[in-house]
Write a protein of this length. Structure first.
Length: 134
């Protein structure tokens, strides 16, 4: 990592570390949520899940939409601006996966977490780590 006028210059290695850190946090939270099991029971669990699945759908679709917008902007810039937009795209994928992990922790329902991880992995494909000038 080099600095220029107090700005961090992102190298490919730095971006790869950031991407793996985002992914590791999501996977560890998902594993912990799965191991701990649901924190709610009975009708409370069913009520929360019925509400949260609708919110999850909105969050997931919103993040996918925002990722497509960011992807079009990344193609128009380069260097630091592209690196910042790439990290923002990954963060959108991470947000969906984290919300799925929260649903898993509260209700024990696995599919929102798996869909969230899928969206996060899709963000890694939509926003690949570029060359050395990224």
């Amino acid at each position: 990592v080099r600095t220029l006028n107090h700005h961090i210059i992102m190298s490919t290695n730095v971006l790869q570390i950031i991407r793996m850190a985002l992914f590791s946090g999501v996977v560890l939270l998902g594993l912990a949520a799965f191991a701990i099991g649901p924190q709610l029971e009975g009708t409370e669990q069913a009520t929360i899940f019925s509400e949260m699945r609708m919110v999850f759908a909105v969050v997931a679709l919103g993040c996918i939409f925002a990722m497509k917008i960011l992807q079009s902007r990344v193609s128009r810039v380069e260097g630091e601006a592209a690196a910042r937009l790439t990290i923002a795209g990954w963060a959108l994928g991470e947000a969906t996966a984290l919300f799925g992990a929260i649903i898993l922790l509260m209700t024990g329902v696995l599919w929102p977490f798996l869909i969230g991880v899928g969206i996060m992995l899709a963000s890694f494909v939509l926003f690949p780590v570029g060359g050395p000038d990224s």
